[in-house]
Design a protein around this ligand. Sequence first.
Ligand SMILES: [Zn+2]
Length: 202
Amino acid sequence: MPVLPDSITALIAALHKLPGVGPRSAERIALHLVQTDSAVVKQLADTIVHAREKIQFCTTCGALTEKSPCSICADTRRDASLVCMVEHAVDILSIEKSGTYRGKFHVLGGKISPLDGVEPEDLRIAELEKRLKQEPIKEIIIALGTDVEGDATSYYLAKRLARKGLKISRIAYGLPAGSGLEFADELTLSRALEGRREMTGK
Ligand SMILES: [Zn+2]
């Protein structure tokens, strides 16, 4: 039986750790790379390292950005009274693609899930409470997924963030049950935003 050289086996293992790359794809990519012109491979490696070194999290909203505050937080034409709360930084891209939202964002960084050891303190809730004191926020739109943790986290937030003059709403359930924003198409997302419902926090 032919055995792959150790360096190829190591490359396959490393690629297999990437999201969406199964064992077959990892093998195919690895075998492709080791047979590609080395200058091209070097450029790919440099691009990966460069992107990783450039990208940071916005200290205000948690978005992926090259400088903090990010372009959305710094954009004075956006509606600062509206903050859309999402689970992950990539969810911002999904909502931005829907093209209808003109407010700001806040990345929570996960969902409360005691079974997975994720407690409220592990999420960026305190950061949002700080923003509530400093920014003219009138409404928080909770745009978490519609699974059990998404529901529990939304209710927890509605309760904890409840204060006078602040409306807390949640995007409509046009989203497929149990799924996250990344699976929703643009039209579904903009409808979900438009059809948001107020949460009472009780
Ligand atoms: Zn930001």
